[in-house]
Write a protein that binds this ligand. Sequence first.
Ligand code: ATP
Length: 289
Amino acid sequence: MKVKAYAKINLLLDIVSKRTDGYHDLFMIMQSVGIYDTVTVTLNRSKRITVLCDTEGVPTDKTNIVCKAAREFFKQTGIKNTGLKIIIDKRIPHAAGLAGGSADGAAVLVALNRLTGANLSNDELCEIGVKIGADIPFCIKGGTLLAQGVGDVLNKVKALRKCYILLAKPDYAVNTASAYRQFDECGKAHTPDKLSMLYAMQSRDLREIAQRMENVFEQFIQVPYKVDIKDVMRQNGALGVCMSGSGPTVFGIFEDKSSARKAADELTSFAKDIIITTPVSTGCKIVEE
Ligand code: ATP
């Protein structure tokens, strides 16, 4: 079974508080975008989980999120794992703040649900997914959603209007755990205006949304060339610019494709991965059975 696993961006990301269990309460307005990994899942009789992925930096052992997701699926459903092969064709830049790993994990849950006949609802799949990662429930459902709690409370928000999203990922690795530690130690200097953003989302006012984008991680994570990338995007007409997830990907929202293209051409000395994409209204999608 082949599943398209779409990436996401965060139009707004706030860490609301640290919980007594050590996790963080989040407030994230998330948007699926048109770049995706293709995850192929096949049941076999090997009694093992084999992962194939030829992208450097993506593990193929049990630390891959797809393995963790598959194990959790079998554990929670009580279905016996007779063996599984998972092939990941990676197009989403990894360790980018675009939920590439979470999207793959979500795709495996969706595939196993169908292949094993477990017939769980999307909500039940999300309950399994959130045990592996905060972004997995969103990646299962996709579109435009408000994610709260540890990422498990999802509510619909009106779809983003058609626009072009320019993604630029500098050649830099972010340590998400240390960013959360900084939040725990120092707190945040500024809290994003969540209510105004929700109003803007509900009125589908693209300009207002783009101007109100904010990511609290930008207070803790320093990304090289972030300021330059944002400048280039703004000079080329971006309605707004922001970092996605825990970075380092920076994105800009554009009304027209030619402006996004022009900005993309000017970003080559600052970013390694540069992609123009559009919002999509779906999460993981089975494309072949
Ligand atoms: P998020 O936005 O959810 O924080 P991310 O886009 O920052 O995620 P990922 O692409 O999920 O980051 O990768 C983070 C790390 O997880 C990688 O450096 C890699 O070592 C590991 N990893 C494990 N499984 C995968 C996978 N299937 N795809 C990508 N990375 C994976």
